[in-house]
Design a protein around this ligand. Structure first.
Ligand SMILES: [Zn+2]
Length: 299
C-alpha cells in the first residue's frame, strides 16, 4: 500500500505556461490507477510549520498575497490560488512524513505543486515558494522522535534552497544528483561541501550515471550518517523527454534509483521514506516516472 498525499485544489496554482497545472493532474491520474495506491487529502501547513524553516517576515509577506497575483522572482510568480496551494504542498509533504513515522505505511508520496527545493530562507526562487521537504523534516523533528534526516534530490536542477537551509547541520545530510555546468539553472551544486554531497552531470548523462552517483557517493555517506528518515525531492525533469533538462533518465532508471534509496531507508531508517514531487515538464514522462517509483514503493 502506498499513501499518496495530493489534491487537485493545488491546481489553483497557475502562474504560467511552464508551471502548467496539468502537471499535477498527470501525476495524480497516473497514480490513482495503481491498485496499491491510496489517495489522501492533505492539510495545509500552518504558519508555525513554515516559520520553523523560513524567515517570519518572508512567510507573512507571502501569506498576505493570498488571493492575488504577484511576481516574486524572475521566474516565480503566483496566481490567486497559489498561496493556498503552496501551504497545501508543504502540508502534504508533512502529512506524508507523519504517515510513515506513525507506522501507517513504510513509504508515502506527496504529489504537490508548487515545488519547493529552490525556496530559500527568505526568498522564493525557481517556481518554489516554501521548501516543502525541509518544512516536513522540521515538523517531524518537532512532533516525532526523529533527528537525522537524509535529503535525496534527483531533480535535474540542483536543490540549492534545501542545501542552504540544512548547511552545516549535523542532523541533516543532503545529496543531489543533477545537471551542472554550462550555466544550467540554478548554477550551484558543482562541488560538495560539508554535509552537502553534489554530483553534477554533463548533458547526455542518464540512468547509469545517476545510479552510479547514488551507489558510489550517496550510499557510503548514508551508511556513516545512518538516517532515521529519508525524504526524496523527486523531480522527474532529468527524463530524456523533458523540455528543460538535457539528461536522459527513463522511468526504469527512476525505479532503479528509487530501489537504491529504499535500500538505504530499509537498512537505517526502518524503511521510512517519503517522495515529494519537484519538477518535471513533460506530462507523459511525469506520469510514467511517478508510476515506476510507486511500483517500487508498493503502489
Ligand atoms: Zn527541476
Amino acid at each position: 500500500m502506498l499513501p499518496v498525499f495530493g489534491d487537485r485544489s493545488m491546481m489553483e496554482h497557475e502562474p504560467g505556461e511552464i508551471e502548467d497545472p496539468s502537471r499535477l493532474a498527470a501525476v495524480l491520474d497516473a497514480l490513482r490507477k495503481r491498485p496499491g495506491v491510496q489517495l489522501r487529502t492533505p492539510t495545509q501547513a500552518t504558519r508555525g510549520d513554515l516559520c520553523r524553516v523560513h524567515d517570519e517576515a518572508y512567510v507573512d509577506r507571502l501569506l498576505a498575497t493570498a488571493g492575488t497575483s504577484v511576481v516574486l522572482d524572475a521566474d516565480t510568480r503566483t496566481s490567486p490560488g497559489s498561496i493556498d496551494a503552496a501551504r497545501l504542498a508543504a502540508g502534504a509533504a508533512r502529512d506524508a512524513v507523519f504517515c510513515v513515522l506513525e507506522g501507517e505505511a513504510r513509504a508515502a508520496f506527496a504529489a504537490v505543486r508548487p515545488p519547493g527545493h529552490h525556496a530559500c530562507f527568505d526568498r522564493a526562487m525557481g517556481f518554489c515558494l516554501f521548501n516543502n521537504v525541509v518544512v516536513a523534516a522540521e515538523a517531524a523533528r518537532m512532533d516525532h522522535d526523529v533527528e537525522r534526516v537524509l535529503f535525496v534530490d534527483w531533480d535535474v536542477h540542483h536543490g540549492n534552497g534545501t542545501q542552504d537551509l540544512v548547511a552545516g547541520r549535523g542532523d541533516s545530510l543532503f545529496f543531489s544528483v543533477h545537471q551542472g555546468g554550462g550555466g544550467f539553472y540554478p548554477g550551484t551544486g558543482l562541488t560538495s561541501e560539508g554535509n552537502a554531497l553534489n554530483v553534477p552531470l554533463q548533458p547526455g548523462a542518464g540512468d547509469a550515471e545517476m545510479l552510479a552517483a547514488v551507489r558510489e557517493v550517496l550510499r557510503p555517506a548514508a551508511d556513516d550518517f545512518a538516517p532515521e528518515l529519508v525524504i526524496v525531492s523527486a523531480g522527474f525533469d532529468a527524463h530524456v523527454d523533458d523540455p528543460l533538462g538535457s539528461l536522459c533518465a527513463t522511468p526504469q532508471g527512476y525505479a532503479a534509483l528509487c530501489r537504491e534509496v529504499a535500500a538505504i531507508a530499509r537498512d537505517h531508517a526502518r524503511s521510512r521514506m517519503v517522495l515529494v514531487l519537484e519538477g518535471g515538464y513533460d506530462l507523459a514522462a511525469l506520469g510514467a516516472s511517478s508510476v515506476a517509483c510507486a511500483e517500487v514503493l508498493g503502489g
